[in-house]
Design a protein around this ligand. Structure first.
Ligand SMILES: *Cc1c(COP(=O)(O)O)cnc(C)c1O
Length: 421
């Protein structure tokens, strides 16, 4: 028999960063390289560490805390939900889930929704859906899914297999097969791969792609490229799946990233900002892609009342507070500021890219400084940023960030860069 003991209140260990010694022996696996601070409190765009230091948060749980921290509407709705019903099972009807599916389909191209708990899971569901579609609608024996290089689709085995970055595969081979890769925004690369496969017997079930590559370096999708992809998919009955885990729910200033590209996909996957900091993922499909039958897919926690209430509240706050317009304005303000910084520190940066409140500052390849170096450096100015690959600094604040806070963000960044250059 195990005697139960209590866990002492403890601080996180900080693996991996030079100059930061683990503050306490950690019982956590070594999966994360953590910065040497524990966050214990948040309000709006601000978070506090255990010493009481206050940080401006332009990470937002990696594009996740869309309404900021401790948002009033979310706290109120979720407190009520906690007192009402938290979790049952998909064995039964869940009104909050139905309501969320209504909200999402009323405000998008989609006809129906499936709920899970994370981005990787949503992509897993999309991959299964694409294969089923290939089998039953196209009679394909070995359905292939085309994905882009530099993409990111999550950390489960099928999701890393779909991710076009070898660093995520290393050590976990063999990958799941059935994925092939083209270069993002590259008409020729895409058309060649697509046409070659079609010639050998049309085995492509789907194309899986991000409207903006987030982790891959804030690469913004080109309209003309995506229109080509859409038309090739349509004429060959290939599903077009958008991974909108990072771009969905308003991040770009439109509710969905696909609206920026003037086309509609057949399927989108969502997570990150959907729950405003709470775990929920979703798969939205149109009529053509609606191929799952009872028993095909499931999730124990997926679409529970609490998670659905969180997402419903985020959606309604986006509407009520006219946030999409505000995101556009704040996005322009941020972009302008970043363009100025990029010009002022042209020894460090070569450009900026992004849409709305997903922005990136691109570092010069010819210097040793990495985006992680700068992320560590701006921590001293009490600013939280996150890198997107080794050469892009990513800025994804809460969607509720104010004009004044964006100015503050730019001022803090400027102060750091002045010392760096
Ligand atoms: C973060 C992310 C994922 C993975 O989401 P998890 O919730 O971490 O599984 C997948 N796709 C994109 C585009 C992402 O940004």
């Amino acid at each position: 028999m195990v005697e139960l003991v209590d866990a002492p209140h403890s601080k996180c260990g900080t693996f991996g960063f030079v100059g930061s010694s683990p503050t306490a022996p950690t019982k956590l696996m070594k999966t994360y390289q953590r910065f040497p601070l524990d966050l214990i409190k948040g309000k709006g765009c601000w978070v506090w560490d255990e010493k009481g230091e206050k940080y401006l948060d332009a990470v937002a749980g990696i594009a996740t805390c869309s309404l900021g921290h401790s948002n009033k509407a979310l706290t109120k709705a979720l407190s009520k939900q906690l007192r009402t019903l938290q979790h049952v099972s998909n064995l039964y009807g869940i009104p909050e889930q139905e309501e969320l599916a209504q909200w999402l389909t009323s405000n998008s191209f989609a006809k129906s929704a499936f709920f899970c708990n994370s981005g990787a899971e949503a992509n897993e569901a999309a991959i299964k859906l694409a294969r089923k579609y290939g089998h039953i609608k196209r009679n394909i024996e070995n359905p292939i899914i085309l994905c882009s290089k530099e993409s990111f689709h999550g950390r489960t085995l099928a999701a890393i297999s779909a991710t076009g970055q070898p660093k995520y595969h290393k050590g976990f081979e063999p990958m799941v097969n059935g994925f092939m890769f083209f270069s993002y925004n590259d008409d020729v690369s895409f058309e060649n791969l697509f046409d070659d496969l079609e010639k050998t017997g049309s085995q492509i079930a789907a194309v899986l792609i991000e409207p903006i590559q987030g982790e891959g370096g804030v690469n913004v999708g080109k309209k003309s490229f995506f229109q080509l992809v859409r038309s090739k998919c349509s004429s060959s009955n290939v599903l077009l799946i958008f991974d909108e885990v990072q771009t969905g729910m308003g991040r770009t200033g439109t509710l969905w990233g696909y609206e920026q590209l003037g086309i509609e996909p057949d399927v989108i996957t969502l997570a990150k900002g959907l729950g405003g900091g709470h775990a929920i993922g979703a798969l939205l499909v149109n009529e053509l892609a609606d191929v799952f039958e009872p028993g095909d897919h499931a999730s124990t926690f997926g679409g529970n009342p609490f998670a659905c209430r969180a997402a419903l509240t985020v959606g309604r706050e986006l509407q009520k507070r006219d946030l999409l317009n505000k995101i556009k304005q704040r996005g322009h303000q941020l972009k302008e500021g970043l363009i100025n910084l990029s010009a002022k520190y042209s020894d460090i940066f070569i450009s900026t890219r992004g849409v709305g409140l997903i922005q990136g500052l691109v570092l010069n390849d010819n210097i040793k400084t990495t985006s992680l170096d700068i992320v560590k450096y701006v921590l001293k100015e009490k600013l939280l940023l996150v890198s997107a690959g080794s050469k892009v600094l990513r800025i994804v604040p809460p969607l509720t960030i104010t004009k004044k806070e964006i100015n503050e963000l730019l001022t803090r960044l400027d102060k750091c860069l002045m010392k760096l250059s």
